[in-house]
Design a protein around this ligand. Sequence first.
Ligand code: SIN
Length: 494
Amino acid sequence: MNVVVVGSGIAGLTAALHAAEAGHRVTLVTKGAIGDGCTGYAQGGVAGVYGTDDSAEQHAADTITAGAGLSDVSAVDVLVQGAAARIAELIARSVAFDRDADGRLLLGREAAHSHARIVHAGGDATGAAISRALVTAVRDDARIAVVERAMLVDLVVTDGAVRGIRLLAGTAFDELSADAVILATGGAGCLYAHTTNPEGTTGDGIAAAIRAGAAVADLEFVQFHPTVLAVGSPFLISEAVRGEGATLVDDAGRRFVFDTHPDGELAPRDVVSRAIARRAAAQGSPVHLDATMLGATRLARRFPTIDRVTRERGLDWSAHPLPVTPAAHYLMGGVQTDLDGRTTLRNLFAVGEVTRTGVHGANRLASNSLLEGAVFGARAAAALTAPWTELQVSARPEQASAPVTAAVPFGRDALQRLMWDHVGLLRDTPGLEAALATVRAWAAAATPPETARAHEDANLLLLAEATASAALSRVDPVGAHYREPAPAPLLETV
Ligand code: SIN
């Protein structure tokens, strides 16, 4: 079978390797250089190594609780049951997860996990270690052709089935035919003015899937990471820092997150992010992450990347708390799939952040994303030759919006600001309606894209519209989708 995999994060690389090992001819297409993209930036680890007092069932329960009860139980089950094999595979592919002096895997704990069950590599450089190992394996595999610096423009669909992709490399358009396409293009962090995602995370796969008629869902569930450095360009300060004991304090030195949740700094991400945003707005300056109690030696050993980057920016976090702010981090929604990555469009599979597998519900549990990419990447490859089964999904109603003329002309910055202000952490009906109307006005005035940048902008516009529309459709606040007016709860629970 001719298989085209689009994207070179953990999900795409895993799918490509498994498809090649199953005997398929694989072409891996990636927008930047192979291994660029979100996986390499992941500081958190891979959840799924269970100590004697822990189990896959408890991991599943934590995943469902973090997802505010909206996860698909069968997808969560597939995720946690698949963890051991995928982590063993990564180790076999030379990912050196951190170990203690006796050679046992070191297990970390992050927010909303009931147990320490997360493996890391290089302290806070797990994604980079995984990316390096998988890229090496792909480069060493003669059965995989790699096409770099080629952007997915569209899926080629004939008679209701995907037959290949259209891509843009430099200024040249091209077509690759395929018996199956596996989308692994990641999320859409660049929809927002502040994001942990690298440039180029513009939702190309989701947008192409929408244009081709594949079903998408849950786009309103955008996860905002609570702690991104508020000095210079966005840089993630891993949740694992809070897992090790760092605290969030306001200008008066108070641990304010306890005002809204009994788990304080280790409450679910959406709760912590909102608490930070509200506190920062109230005091008119960023809140701080205080890791000074961990000491310079431990910080440098456990978090070498964060230690290096903060020092490069002139900050000594062993001596002074760091100013932090939330930023868009992860998209729980995406292209709808079954448990093997099949979408609603024949011959089209999707794996990783581009998908809505049902694992994450309304909010992703920390360190489940690399795991999801590995587990579902392998499953999609295994399902390539199985008979195609139709995925049945129910459609949500499209939201209407009154015609408007946008107050400012379209530009990526203007779109990102609009999404940040009105389709971000805290949403309300007038803001969502205004955002949807503005995005539609921009889309109506847009000319057909020609350059890669213009294609990205068109993808962002399409996703902005779909996200604002989905957020308007979901009236009740749940998980990462927080919508005013709602009674401001004194004590939030998930
Ligand atoms: C982090 O290290 O805080 C991010 C991990 C994740 O997103 O799962």
